[in-house]
Design a protein around this ligand. Structure first.
Ligand code: ADP
Ligand code: MG
Length: 343
């Protein structure tokens, strides 16, 4: 089975940033309000993710590191859930097959914690261990037993950069969660949590300053646009907007705008989409006569049934059922927001 897991790891675990992504997403799934991420050597030597979530009972630790033992499969009938699923129950076994891995946890309400080590896929025994409520996953020496993969890892700075970029994108979407990062034993980043569940203006703006800086936040325009109009035959949910776009776009006075400061989220998930990017850029050019790449953080929300998130294994892309309608909606939303500045 170790080989199967290593093959699975080959598909989804590309570098330390992929490990961080999987572990932090698990922490958030477990209801964590605070996540600590300790890294050494760009995450190659160590990725340790500790959360204050629900925790795992000792007897379920072996399940968590075995294939397809996901707690989510039982509830697959929930569409929203399918939309948020990663690669179902493969992350921990995959990561554990290509690293020196330890999973420690204490379940909410339980008196004792426990730990389980996996070394290159060889699963050890569950042993008692003191642990605060929540879970710690430790991943050491990524790809130590797969030299062909290890040699594709880049310099410490580069790997750290990938991790920081992913965390920035997550931090923007989840302002309620506190994230603390250390690198080589020194605190390197902190995103304060405590905002509202969904991004609202004030909390989101605080997080915006933390992630993208004062200059960006100071130059942004608020975008908030929704429509209840639906295509014929689509009843949707009562009163729910068919489409909603909210977030911020920087005005041309923000001089550091570039294509890597374009954050788009569809139903809370960071994605890249050419058609939406085009709609934003077009509105920018039409209203502000400004042809350069705009910088933005935009959240698009629509019924899960109207967007296919399973286009790409790592899920950075989506396919809209009605791409034209989405494009035009985004264009109108930005046109309106930007026009307000010229009045
Ligand atoms: P998936 O997230 O797709 O279910 P994973 O391999 O990422 O698969 O995790 C396997 C299982 O281990 C999860 O379904 C969950 O039950 C448990 N688990 C993993 N990480 C945590 C965590 N930080 N807190 C609580 N449970 C966790
Ligand atoms: Mg997972």
């Amino acid at each position: 089975d170790t080989l199967v897991n290593q093959i699975a790891a080959g598909e989804v675990i590309e570098r330390p940033a992929s490990v961080v992504k999987e572990l932090v997403e698990n922490a958030l799934d477990a209801g964590a309000r605070r996540v600590d991420i300790d890294l050494e050597e760009g995450g190659v030597r160590l990725v340790r993710v500790r959360d204050d979530g629900l925790g795992i009972p000792p007897d379920e630790l072996p399940l968590a590191v075995s294939r397809h033992a996901t707690s989510k499969i039982a509830s697959l009938d929930d569409l929203e859930m399918v939309a948020t699923l990663g690669f179902r129950g493969e992350a921990l076994p995959s990561i554990a097959s290509v690293s020196r891995f330890a999973l420690s946890s204490r379940r909410v309400g339980a008196e004792h914690g426990a730990t389980l080590q996996v070394d290159g896929g060889r699963v050890g025994d569950v042993t008692p261990r003191a642990h605060p409520q929540g879970t710690t996953v430790e991943v050491r020496d990524l790809f130590y037993n797969v030299p062909a993969r290890r040699k594709f890892l880049r310099a410490e700075r580069t790997e750290l950069g990938h991790i920081e970029e992913w965390l920035r994108s997550l931090a923007l979407a989840r302002p309620e969660v506190e994230l603390r990062v250390s690198h080589n034993g020194k605190p390197s980043r902190r995103y304060r949590g405590g905002g509202e569940e969904r991004l609202d203006f004030d909390d989101g703006a605080a997080r915006l300053v933390e992630t993208l800086g004062e200059a960006f936040a100071g130059a942004t325009l608020r975008v908030e646009h929704a429509t209840t109009a639906r295509p014929a035959g689509d009843d949707g949910r009562d009163g729910a907007p068919a489409l909603r776009l909210h977030g911020w776009i920087a005005q041309p006075t923000y001089s550091r705008a570039s294509a890597d400061q374009q954050y788009l989220y569809v139903n809370g998930r960071a994605v890249r989409d050419r058609s939406v990017a085009h709609a934003v850029k077009q509105a920018y050019a039409d209203v502000l006569f400004h042809g350069r790449q705009p910088a933005y953080v935009l959240f698009l929300e629509l019924d899960a049934a109207r967007v296919d998130v399973n286009v790409h294994p790592a899920k950075h892309e989506v396919r809209f059922r009605d791409a034209r309608m989405v494009h035009d909606f985004v264009y109108r939303a930005l046109h309106e927001a930007l026009s307000a500045t010229r009045a």
